[in-house]
Design a protein around this ligand. Structure first.
Ligand code: PLP
Length: 377
């Protein structure tokens, strides 16, 4: 067995999933997945493409029409790219793997602010890179600053920033990103910017760090259709990156994946052409749930109001339990599933992640049960 792979622990989210699979009696705030179906006109476009016989491979790069749509669409986040700078991937998951593998030589360091999405560190380790962790906390809004980056080790090559963040929901203003960009340029780093929750930003319009001065040539933007368009199972995403990086990424992609599924690419074209109003409707619903649930949680657990995504990350420190113990007992005693903060890195200990991608009635029930549980401790 490959020793690196053997020694990487399995995802802490999956562990909890396995415990609740098939249990109808559980209220799950554990899943990082929209509860809305794929908008009907997108499904219809996919069905129609199948009827027309679109079942072949596409170019490794993806359908030209989709690459064009994406390059146009990303202008709203401040990025002027050409379709040649867009690679269609099987989800952001593949984009993360391709970008990390393209950038790191064995032993190269990559800065990863934590708590963060579960795959960043394992993917860096799988490519024989080394992760340099920067811990964040609610005191600084779970944000990294330019100063944090300047204080990090001298030899890092890249940094992964995911915003709005899974698990904390934290996002960055343009001003905060400009400060990060200055530090990134001073340290000569490449940024992998995971913007999968860009559309689910509630307090301001999402800004891509790739659009800031001097950043386009050193940023790999990753985004996709899983969250904004509720298309998780269709496995479709994209990378926007400078030619030198994208050429390396497509090399791995052509040998390992070949191309993203053509049906999903057809659906993605329809999503960008006619689906933005659906995104807006879903965003409004998530926003209402966000405000409701944060207020309710604060009756018994301290929780900051996150700026984006569909997660809240309350502190459970005052209960004296570890995040694993809290989540396990909440599940067994009250049938409510959440994810222990420790699944997202050491600095996630003392917190739990709750997804509010669930109807408000269920959030109400979950809030009552969680309060009963906390009061019983
Ligand atoms: N990045 C983040 C921050 C995520 O939360 C997720 C999924 O939960 C992914 C990437 C993976 O997304 P995809 O479904 O596009 O592979």
């Amino acid at each position: 067995m490959n020793r690196r792979i053997r020694d990487i622990p399995p995802s802490g989210i999956r562990k909890f999933f396995d415990l609740i699979t098939g249990r109808e009696d559980i209220i799950s705030l554990g899943v990082g997945e929209p509860d809305f179906p794929v908008p009907w006109h997108i499904r219809e476009a996919i069905i129609y493409s199948l009827e027309q016989g679109y079942t072949s491979y596409t170019s490794n790069w993806g359908l030209p029409e989709l690459r064009e749509e994406i390059s146009e669409y990303y202008r709203r986040f401040g990025v002027e790219s050409s379709p040649e700078n867009v690679l269609i991937t099987t989800g952001v998951s593949e984009g993360l793997d391709l970008s990390i593998r393209s950038l790191l030589n064995p032993g190269d360091r990559i800065i990863i602010p934590e708590p963060c999405y579960v795959s960043y560190k394992p993917l860096a380790l799988m490519t024989y890179g080394e992760a340099e962790i920067i811990s964040t906390s609610p005191e600084n809004g779970f944000k990294i600053s330019g100063e944090d980056i300047l204080k990090s080790g001298v030899d890092a090559k890249a940094i992964i920033i995911g915003y709005p963040s899974n698990p904390t929901g934290t996002s960055y203003t343009k001003k905060e990103l400009e400060e990060i960009a200055d530090a990134v340029i001073e340290k000569d780093l490449v940024v992998i910017s995971d913007e999968i929750y860009a559309e689910l930003t509630y307090e301001w319009n999402h800004v891509s760090i790739a659009g800031l001065n001097g950043m386009e040539e050193r940023t790999v933007v990753l985004n996709g259709f899983s969250k904004a368009f509720a298309m998780t199972g269709l496995r479709i995403g994209y990378a926007i990156a400078p030619e030198r990086i994208l050429n390396a990424m497509v090399k791995i992609h052509q040998y390992t994946m070949l191309c993203a599924p053509i049906s999903a690419q057809k659906g993605a074209i329809e999503a960008l052409k006619n689906g933005l109003k659906d995104v807006e409707e879903m965003r409004e619903k998530y926003n209402r749930r966000r405000r409701y649930f944060v207020k309710r949680l604060n009756d018994f657990l301290p929780c900051r109001l996150p700026e984006g995504a569909f997660y809240v990350f309350p502190s459970i420190r005052e209960t004296g339990l570890t995040s694993d113990e809290f989540s396990e007992r909440l599940l067994f005693e009250k049938n409510v599933a959440v994810v222990p903060g420790s699944a997202f890195g050491e600095s996630g200990e003392g917190f739990i992640r709750c997804s509010y991608a669930t109807p408000i009635e269920k959030l109400k029930m979950a809030g009552d049960l969680m309060e009963e549980f906390v009061n019983s401790l």
